[in-house]
Design a protein around this ligand. Structure first.
Ligand code: PMP
Length: 310
């Protein structure tokens, strides 16, 4: 399959999308990015991009925090992405990675007086975590970085060292994923996912002020729980021990979809099985993202102008 990237304001073969070793963002983490799913619908021969405009709104917010001026509107970014995905023509789930970065080839730590560039590429991408069986997680010894350190509500490349430290520590200790606490000890989120608990029949998730990335899948889960299950989500501070007492826990994210967490720090969550709320939200979510639920088609952008026979 031919792979292309949007690079230097045009579509080029992926192999030609290269930057200099002197690129500012390579040294100082001065980039911001998004992850957008293209979900392949085999029956229809269509690829649905999920909530692509919401992702680009967040990218422009991240860029603003980095004092980066990108000469694109959300609409232009959505159109370019659709065109790029169509050009690549994959017939399986994909991950679209837009990356805006300080492209000046200079030494010097700062945000000002630097050029910015944007690239977008597409890769085939299956499941990131085991969505069917569920996963085992641990509370990380690494704390989640604060808004006044590197703002987590922006998806800044340099910030992901915090996530990477936690993820690799979890993997080294035999867990699938890490859960990070804030400096105050509140539950924040997974290394690349937001976290939900079900306790006493209530759906609970940490608030933005506990240093989460305000996830688009998180919002999707909140909407589906409310509209389709009559279940309101409480956004509030969550203590560590609530993880051990919850009936259910699940993670949400573009890569992770809706992933049940069956064990935390060696303790079973609830009865250690995938719970009914996580299962139902997952079913609803998968129908929605593959364009199978008419009510939510507004969240799905078909990428292919001509349907592809599988
Ligand atoms: N938190 C972090 C740290 C993430 O990297 C991600 C993935 N983008 C999420 C949460 C989930 O966000 P979304 O649902 O928008 O992908």
């Amino acid at each position: 399959m031919a792979q292309y990237a949007f690079f230097d304001n045009k579509f080029v073969p992926l192999a030609e999308a290269k930057v200099s070793v002197m690129t500012h963002a390579m040294h100082y983490g001065t980039g911001c990015f998004e992850g957008i799913r293209g979900n392949w619908n085999d029956e229809q021969g269509q690829m649905y991009l999920f909530r692509v405009a919401d992702h680009y709104r967040r990218l422009l917010q991240s860029a603003r925090i980095l004092r980066m001026e990108l000469p694109y509107t959300v609409e232009q970014l959505c159109d370019t992405t659709r065109e790029l995905v169509e050009k690549c023509g994959f017939k399986e789930d994909v991950y679209v990675r837009p990356l805006a970065y300080k492209s000046s080839e200079v030494i010097g730590v700062r945000l000002h007086n630097l050029d910015a560039a944007l690239t977008i590429f597409v890769v085939p991408f299956g499941n990131y975590l085991d969505v069917t069986k569920g996963i085992r997680a641990c509370v990380s010894t690494w704390r989640r970085i604060d808004d006044n350190m590197i703002p987590p509500r922006a998806k800044i490349t340099g910030l992901y060292v915090n996530s990477a430290l936690a993820k690799s520590e979890a993997a080294a200790n035999g867990y699938d994923e890490a859960i990070l606490l804030t400096r105050e000890g509140h539950v924040s989120e997974g290394s690349g996912e937001n976290l939900f608990l079900v306790t006493g029949g209530r759906l609970i998730t940490p608030p933005p002020y506990d240093n989460i990335l305000v996830g688009i899948t998180r919002d999707t889960a909140i909407e589906l729980a409310k509209n389709e299950m009559g279940l309101e989500t409480e956004e509030r501070c969550v203590d560590r021990t609530e993880l051990y007492l919850a009936q259910e826990c699940f993670l949400t994210g573009t890569a992770a979809h809706v992933t049940p967490v069956l064990e935390i720090d060696g303790r079973p969550v609830g009865n250690g099985q995938v719970g009914p709320v996580a299962r139902r939200i997952q079913e609803l979510y998968f129908d929605v993202v593959r364009g199978r639920n008419r009510k939510y088609l507004g969240w799905c952008t078909p990428a292919y102008s001509n349907l592809v026979k599988a």
